[in-house]
Design a protein around this ligand. Sequence first.
Ligand code: XUL
Ligand code: CO
Length: 443
Amino acid sequence: MSEFFNEVPARIPFLGPDSDDPLGFRWYDKDRVVGDKTMEAHLRMAVCYWHSFNWPGSDVFGDGTFDRPWLDAGRDPMGAAREKMAAAFEFFEKLGTPYFCFHDHDVSPMGASFKEETANLEALTDEMAAHMDRTGVKLLWGTARLFHHPRYMAGAATNPDPEVFARAGAQVKNCLDATHRLSGENYVLWGGREGYETLLNTELGRELDQLGRFLNMVVEHKHDIGFEGTILLEPKPQEPTKHQYDYDSQTCHAFLQRYGLEEEVKVNIEVNHATLSGHDFNHEVAMAMAAGIFGSVDANRGDDRLGWDTDQFPNSVEQMSLGMYEILRGGGFSTGGFNFDTKLRRMSTRRSDLFHAHVGAMDTLARSLLVAHSMLADGALESSREERYRGWSDDLGRQILAGGRTLDDLHALVAESNLDPAPVSGCQEELENLVNRYIERVR
Ligand code: XUL
Ligand code: CO
């Protein structure tokens, strides 16, 4: 079989931190045991089909710049889809990520009718299954593209027209069935157009009810077909829609509770979406962990001065170590993992640039795992955090939380003993220095 990435060796090797080889891993040593698991099992990394194979490098001002022959105009859609699939699996195998993720229409042409769309996906799902068997690469999650076709311009589940809702439901059934057939470990819903542009034409409460019903139908179907993966919402505050309902982890949690889904659905947190919502990545992870809805991560980064989703490859060990710390502290991934929802810059036009980008990103996550694991194992942050909240284990704290004290009680207590607790340092700079020490010393 002719190779697409023929300038890259059959497998990216692990060469260690002193290596200068740009196509060797310096930190990602998949079999290295960190705590109770290998790096591969901790990180569960996935390549995304869409930006890496189904995006030509276009932007709103210009055409595609990348060498992706299967995206050329005039190609037979099924033939082009097969060529793309062969290149994608060659890439996954050479890179050595255990997983990939896809949208229905990344792998399968839309066709002229719904019947054709369904048949295309069924045929290409069988072919994906064969590639997966051959290479051992697994599916982290599937998702339906409910935001691309003009019919979804005013939303899919939140559309004012129930026929659009029905079309979206049928599309999700196809994609969830395909994900199940491929033993996908999760199914994701990113509501890119589940929101509004202007309140002047929008019934916000009604749209939320529609979205709640849609998600319940997805969960009902999951149980009907025996899909055991996790259903995940992917929070994002805006872009493409001005306001999106799945704003951030905390908003998603309230939504899930309101529609009775908090035990059924978790979140797929994307780093760049976190920053767009005005939060740090580690905040989003910690909030989801606290609510019991942490599921998976779309690993990428934004740009400090650009207010949109730049989807760059993660390269900050500090940012990812802080997020990783919250993930490990909460017990790590179960069905989730790190999916590289990442785009090359438009000028990165060599075929090998896709490898350089992923190798750097995988090394960033591997090194961050080592940093986070040793910070947690040494307990340095945990012991000062425990000390900070120590009062809550004493009588007063326990009684307050158990509901055994009223405001009258507190008034009497404070008046009686003239309670006037002294402020205690939060030691923030000392703790920040401690994190930097771990980053400097990791090996
Ligand atoms: C968009 C985004 C999507 C989802 C899948 O910002 O992150 O790629 O991850 O639909
Ligand atoms: Co994403």
